[in-house]
Write a protein that binds this ligand. Structure first.
Ligand code: ATP
Length: 280
C-alpha cells in the first residue's frame, strides 16, 4: 500500500523504445511529499527522463521498457495518470515548446489553462495578475509572447504552470536563460512555495543548496547519492565531476567545519560555523 505522505521510487529502470541503452538503472529513493527535491548529475545522466517518469509522460506519451514502481503519495504516474496529470505541471527545458502558440498576449497565455478549466473571468483576471507579479511579468502582460527575452519566456512558462496551483511541480532546468538577478529572484520565490511537491533539475548548485530539502544525484542513469544537500555535497565523488557550492569550497579552504568533517553547503550553515569559530 502506498504511503500517502511519501514520494517513493522502487527498482525503477527505463529504456526508450527502439533503443538498447538503459537510461535509468534500478533507482530506489523516497522523500516526504511537499518537499523541494533538487535533481543534479552529469550530462545525459537521465535527469529529464526521470522527470518524464515522475510526470507520467513516460510511459503514457513516450513509450519504452519501464520497470519498477513510482508513487507520489497514493498516486502512481503509470496507473493514475489522469488524476495525477490534473495535479501536476511540468516546466520543460525549452519554454517555447510548452507555450500554446495561440495567445496574442502574455496575459492570454497565462490564462489559457484556466480558460480550458472553465474558471470564471474574475478569478482568471485575479490569478493572472497574481502570477504575473510573482514572475515579474506585470509590465509585459499586454505584449506578445514572441517579443519576450529567453529569461522572460522561461518565467512565462513557469507562470503558465503555476497559475492552476498544481500540487506537484516539475521544473527541468528552469533558469538556464535567466540573468543572475532573474535567477536569484526565481530561487527566492521558489523557497516561499508551500504545500507543493517540487522536483527541480538544475546546475545552479549554490541556489539548490539554499532551498532544496533533498538532493538526488544521477550519474549515467544511476542514483549515486540521495539525502540532504549537506550529506550529499559532503559525499560527492570527484570522478563524477559535479560542481560544489562556493560556500562549501570556501569552508573547506578555511577549514570551517560543522564537525565530523562535514563542511557547510549554504549561507545559514556557514554563518553557524563561522559564529562557532569566533566564540571558541
Ligand atoms: N526521446 C528519447 N528517445 C531516445 N533516447 C532518449 C530520448 N530522450 C533522451 N534520450 C537519451 O536518454 C539519455 C538521458 O537523457 P536525458 O535527457 O534524460 O539526460 P539529462 O541528464 O537530462 O541530460 P542533460 O544534462 O544533457 O539535459 C541520453 O542518452 C539521451 O540521448
Amino acid at each position: 500500500m502506498a504511503n500517502i505522505q511519501q514520494i517513493s521510487i522502487t527498482h525503477l529502470s527505463f529504456t526508450y523504445q527502439h533503443d538498447t541503452n538503459t537510461v535509468l538503472h534500478d533507482i530506489n529513493v523516497s522523500a516526504p511529499l511537499n518537499s523541494i527535491i533538487g535533481i543534479i548529475g552529469n550530462h545525459n545522466a537521465g535527469k529529464t527522463t526521470l522527470c518524464r517518469v515522475l510526470a507520467g509522460i513516460i510511459p503514457n506519451m513516450m513509450g519504452g521498457d519501464l520497470l519498477g514502481d513510482v508513487h507520489i503519495g497514493n498516486l502512481s504516474p503509470t496507473k493514475d495518470w489522469s488524476v495525477l496529470n490534473r495535479q501536476t505541471d511540468f516546466v520543460l527545458q525549452d519554454p517555447n515548446s510548452q507555450l500554446s502558440g495561440l495567445a496574442d498576449t502574455v496575459a492570454d497565455e497565462i490564462a489559457f489553462d484556466l480558460l480550458n478549466h472553465g474558471v470564471d473571468e474574475t478569478t482568471i483576471q485575479r490569478r493572472v495578475a497574481d502570477v504575473a507579479a510573482q514572475m515579474q511579468l506585470t509590465a509585459q502582460l499586454q505584449q506578445s509572447p514572441s517579443s519576450l527575452s529567453g529569461g522572460q519566456l522561461q518565467r512565462l512558462a513557469i507562470a503558465t504552470a503555476i497559475v492552476t496551483k498544481p500540487g506537484i511541480l516539475i521544473l527541468d532546468d528552469p533558469t538556464s536563460e535567466m540573468d543572475p538577478q532573474g535567477r536569484a529572484d526565481f530561487f527566492n520565490w521558489l523557497a516561499t512555495i508551500k504545500d507543493t511537491t517540487i522536483f527541480i533539475v538544475s546546475n545552479e548548485i549554490d541556489d539548490l543548496c539554499e532551498i532544496a530539502d533533498r538532493l538526488w544525484v544521477l550519474v549515467d542513469g544511476e542514483l549515486v547519492r540521495k539525502g540532504t544537500s549537506l550529506e550529499v555535497i559532503n559525499q560527492l565523488n570527484p570522478e563524477w565531476q559535479i560542481g560544489t557550492p562556493k560556500v562549501y569550497q570556501l569552508a573547506k579552504l578555511m577549514y570551517w567545519s560543522l564537525g565530523a568533517d562535514l563542511f557547510p553547503v549554504n549561507i545559514n550553515q556557514l554563518r553557524g560555523c563561522v559564529h562557532d569559530q569566533h566564540s571558541n
